[in-house]
Design a protein around this ligand. Structure first.
Ligand code: GLV
Ligand code: MN
Ligand code: MN
Length: 404
């Protein structure tokens, strides 16, 4: 597959969206199914044996000369955030396919199988709970996750039962320690490589994150007749909480806290808001710091809601620990990075990746590719064809030289 094929495939996937005005492919949506069908056809074209799991996670198997040897896993996710760019996720799948094609063109047969995985949901856009695809291949979708609901009140369990991929589906499952590891190529989603003037790096660790669903409840009343001191306005309470979260993160770098979603009930210009639901995404590279900040945040919210006579519902949706990449697998990848680019750089990832879910069961490593202005989760997300080509070359070199 030429570089131009990989790029044109990125463009083809970017045209598959749940919304005509911007890119969004959420878990099990019609456009996500179209994207999966397209990916499966490309994986099949490469001669790989394809399969799909009920959650829509896809797999292609290149058996190599020893099909029963533990496989090496490559891949990324094909779901997106809302109003997304086209590189976050799909680039990792397409670059894995491009590297395997390059090996085929060189008539190289690897002494171990390679499995290319395309995860159905990493972002958690629909259920606010991340890494669904990668957790599914470890059989780790627990009761709490299956009970998560989307904006229409549909649980993950019932979405899987009614919208899942059941025709010809097979479970994709990896018991702990049954693989050689998981390697993912991804855009950096940050500015460091651009500042260093380097096209790529490995990753030393992925920052931990805590996701919360917060509900503040007060009392609805008439906007024209209720004097200010008598109000129990959930939205002004939420505003104070959100500003307090921002100042907490600002005073504790490198902590980051984001409120990316808020809904107000009843949501009318002439009614006092009775309820405000919002999300919190709190990240820090050190787990102890993240826990301490979460506790401090809860205390601040309790004090604000107390003063305003509101109730606070604090719901932990998901927590992932800071996750180191595997030093041995990463050093193999670093050798290939150095061989192709002359650089030997490793970065910490502030963004979450499927490797976080997979790390308890297998070694993980990641290759970051420079992206313009560090921009991601935005339609202007961009990585240059030259840097993508460099990434594919590093991955190809890594596969050729990987002797576990
Ligand atoms: C995934 O992109 C995340 O870091 O939220
Ligand atoms: Mn993302
Ligand atoms: Mn991603």
């Amino acid at each position: 597959m030429s570089l131009s094929t990989a790029i044109s495939r990125l463009e083809s996937l970017a045209r598959l969206s749940d919304h005509p005005g911007h890119l969004i492919r959420s878990f099990l949506s019609p456009s996500s199914r179209q994207a999966a069908d397209l990916l499966l056809s490309w994986i099949r074209d490469l001669g790989l044996q394809t399969s799909h799991a009920p959650d829509g996670t896809l797999r292609g198997i290149l058996p190599g000369s020893n099909p029963s040897a533990p496989p090496l896993l490559l891949g990324s996710h094909y779901d997106t955030v809302i109003d997304a760019g086209k590189y976050d996720g799909p680039l990792g799948i397409l670059s894995a396919l491009a590297a395997l094609e390059s090996l085929a063109q060189q008539n190289i047969t690897l002494p171990f199988p390679v499995h290319v995985l395309a995860f159905s949901d990493e972002e958690g856009t629909r259920f606010q709970t991340t890494y669904l695809g990668s957790r599914s291949i470890l059989a780790q979708l627990d009761e709490k996750t299956l009970a998560a609901t989307d904006a229409n009140g549909i649980t993950l369990a019932s979405a899987l039962a009614s919208e899942g991929w059941h025709h010809n589906a097979s479970l994709i499952h990896y018991p702990p320690h049954s693989t050689r590891g998981y390697v993912e190529l991804h855009i950096e989603q940050g500015r460091v490589l651009e500042q260093l003037n380097q096209p790529a790096s490995t990753v030393s660790a992925i920052a931990g994150q805590t996701r919360l669903a917060i509900t503040l409840a007060g009392h609805a009343d008439h906007a024209g007749t209720t004097p200010m001191p008598l109000r129990r306005d959930a939205l002004t309470g939420a505003a104070e909480c959100i500003l307090s979260a921002e100042s907490l993160a600002r005073s504790h770098p490198p902590a980051v806290i984001t409120v990316g979603k808020i809904a107000v009930h009843p949501g009318a210009s002439n009614s006092i808001p009775q309820r405000a639901d919002f999300t919190i995404d709190l990240r820090h590279p050190e787990d102890n710091e993240r826990h301490a900040l979460t506790t401090e945040l809860q205390e601040r919210f309790l004090s604000i809601t107390d003063q305003r006579n509101l109730t606070l519902d604090w719901n932990l949706v998901q927590e992932s620990p800071a996750t180191p990449c595997d030093p041995t697998l990463t050093s193999h990848l670093l050798n290939s990075l150095q061989a192709i680019t002359g650089h030997h750089t490793s970065l910490v990832s502030g963004a979450g990746h499927d490797g976080v879910a997979l790390a308890p069961a297998m070694p993980i490593a990641m290759l970051f590719i420079r992206c313009r202005d560090g921009l991601s989760h935005h339609p202007d997300e961009y990585a240059s064809p030259e840097d993508i080509d460099t990434g594919i070359q590093i991955l190809t070199h890594f596969l050729k030289s990987f002797t576990p």
